[in-house]
Ligand binder design. Structure first.
Ligand code: VNL
Length: 390
């Protein structure tokens, strides 16, 4: 009698376990989010993780009957590590989608794995034009440097600036920024008198800025990745370059919302072009910024956060329409062509290029309620990545 009862209980337990496994396998949807959570690009990881978690808190973790699981991995922004983590997430965790990618080399190192495994790869940060061409499974929700740079090169000559020196980080996005800014500026009758490149890792801006001070152009155009802007601003001001009549301009990575408010009043008046400002005056953005700050006290969302937030939205919507059918290809197809209002403004995923089409705003650093913000004063609507035109 006792023995039978025991056997019965064991059989039930085994059945129960098998059933749980079946549910876990079929009804879980896994997102492998690879980000730099430590090291030089840690602010990018912190911003994107916070935004992804906010999106899930606001929209629930059950989509199309599946339980969404977010697996966050720290790649320390070392491309070999990104690649190894992606491999593990694909093979061991059997993720349905890869996401994140703080810097271009990390995205490029991972792209072949996305192709081999037919896993959609949502690039939420990295912004070199060519990344979307590295795999047909890449879809981007951040921006591209050509997109941002061309808009500024149209503004510059109309605003009394003729001679410009460019200063960029010496890798993919910096080289894109330098090239597309210069091409358009020259087309508009302007002049780049010197093009300087600084190393990505532990850059020392001092000798480069000294050189710029000696050349004394009308403006210095800067691209540095998110997190490095404050150091450039500090040294620019310490050298009195603003007082010497050199205007500081750049893509919005320079006046990153993550750091801007701590840069001090010396940053006032700096003009940049970008796709997102925490001060974007739409009700949807106001709601996003308020919710983000409430969930992350002391942190203001920057353009990385918006790439993460919209990336999660794109994944959720793709899962809803594909109902989880058709594997990675089904999911990818449902990402292409998505169009929606983001806190940044309207955005569209071009089905041909898998890249983001969006408004680019011209902004000036101003004080609002005692804090420094990038205040938008002009907009170029629905900008496609100029890097794809050729
Ligand atoms: C990249 C582009 C990285 C823009 C950034 O910050 C950025 C990249 C980390 O493509 O590596 O602001």
């Amino acid at each position: 009698m006792h023995k039978r009862l025991f056997l019965h209980a064991t059989a039930l337990a085994i059945c129960g376990l098998a059933a749980t496994n079946a549910i876990a396998q079929g009804d879980t949807f896994k997102i492998g989010l690879i980000l730099p959570m430590t090291g030089q690009q840690a602010s990018t990881g912190r911003q994107i993780e916070a935004a992804a978690k906010l999106y899930m808190a606001q929209n629930g973790d059950t989509v199309a009957g599946k339980k969404v699981e977010l697996i966050v991995k720290d790649d320390t922004s070392v491309p070999d590590v990104t690649k190894r983590l992606a491999q593990e997430l694909i093979v061991n965790n059997k993720v349905n989608v890869l996401a994140g990618f703080g810097i271009t080399p990390s995205a490029l190192a991972t792209a072949p794995l996305a192709t081999q495994s037919k896993t959609p790869m949502v690039v939420m940060a990295a912004a070199t034009s060519s990344i979307t061409e590295a795999s047909p499974y890449v879809v981007r929700t951040s921006f591209t440097l050509p997109q941002a740079s061309v808009a500024l090169a149209d503004w510059v000559p109309k605003n009394g600036i003729k001679k410009v020196v460019t200063l960029v980080s010496d890798y993919g996005p910096g080289i894109d920024a330098e090239k597309y800014f210069k091409e358009r500026l020259v087309f508009n009758g302007g002049l780049v008198v010197e093009a300087l490149r600084v190393p990505l890792r532990s850059p020392d801006f001092a000798p480069f800025l000294q050189k710029v001070r000696d050349i004394k152009p009308d403006a210095l155009f800067v691209f540095v990745p998110s997190g490095a802007g404050a150091a450039v601003m500090k040294q620019f001001l310490e050298r009195g370059m603003d007082k010497a009549g050199i205007k500081l301009i750049g893509t919005g990575d320079l006046t990153d919302d993550d750091q801007l408010n701590d840069m001090g009043d010396g940053a006032l008046g700096v003009v940049t072009s970008h796709h997102y400002s925490a001060a974007h005056p739409s009700p949807l953005n106001q709601k996003f910024v308020d919710a983000f700050k409430k969930a992350n006290p002391g942190l203001r969302p920057n353009f990385m956060a918006i790439g993460g937030y919209d990336g999660m939205r794109m994944i959720y919507e793709a899962l809803k329409t594909s109902k989880g059918q058709g594997g990675g290809d089904g999911l990818l197809a449902a990402m292409k062509g998505q169009i929606f209002e983001s806190p940044r403004g309207p955005m569209f995923i071009d089905a041909q290029t898998r890249d983001v089409v969006q408004n680019i705003y011209l902004r000036k650093v101003e004080k609002k309620d005692g804090q420094l913000y990038n205040i938008e004063f002009d907009v170029i609507k629905d900008v496609k990545d100029p890097g794809k035109a050729k």
